[in-house]
Design a protein around this ligand. Sequence first.
Ligand SMILES: [Ca+2]
Ligand SMILES: [Ca+2]
Ligand SMILES: [Ca+2]
Ligand SMILES: [Ca+2]
Length: 238
Amino acid sequence: MLLCFCLIPCYMLTCIYSYLYTQVCDRYSLTVIARDSGSPPRSAVLIVDVVVTDVNDHRPVLDRQVYNAEITENVDPSTYNLALVTVRATDADLGSNGQVRYRLSSRSDAQFGHLFGVDAATGAVKLLQPVDYEALPRGGLVVLEVVAHDQTNWSPATATVRIRVRDVNDNAPVISVQSRTSDEDIFHVVENCANGTPVAHVTVSDADTGDGGLVDCRLMHRNGVCIGSESHVLATNT
Ligand SMILES: [Ca+2]
Ligand SMILES: [Ca+2]
Ligand SMILES: [Ca+2]
Ligand SMILES: [Ca+2]
């Protein structure tokens, strides 16, 4: 805050000066000099202290609009002793009017508040719990809204924090076999049926991504049946 002062001439004072001794603060010390037009001229000097009462007329301004971080799933929060990322904002007001506080938006808090937290005083975004990649939406991307506000919460600013979660191979493939002819768990085939007669449909899935999610499905003991390499149809092979 920078204020300038002037004096309006009155009472026949012929020459008036004002000096600004301090800047960008809430206190100003002014020197007022009054000089008459006599001969010889006479003058007087007065020091005037002015205290300016600040009003909350500035909102927090973010250093950046978007912040990025990256973590690995299942990792203990103690691995990241320091903040994943720190949101910073400044407020041009003085005192409590310019003191910035930080929090997750209510939407982000409801969605990810059990996993991530924000230090109210510093804006540090921290991991609270190990993250399960497979439980996250949008391919492991967590998007947090961090709100920077002053003490009156007047016109807050919102930063976007994008946390990319790296997947690890923590899921085994899941195999299910479904009969092509009935809902039973026992699979039936007619004696002397033609070679390649379908018996069951094999489904294999893996929740991981990348190489950890690529599955090679083979039949260990053939005993007269085979499994198609792509269709995963279990069929006779006599
Ligand atoms: Ca303010
Ligand atoms: Ca102000
Ligand atoms: Ca997982
Ligand atoms: Ca995984």
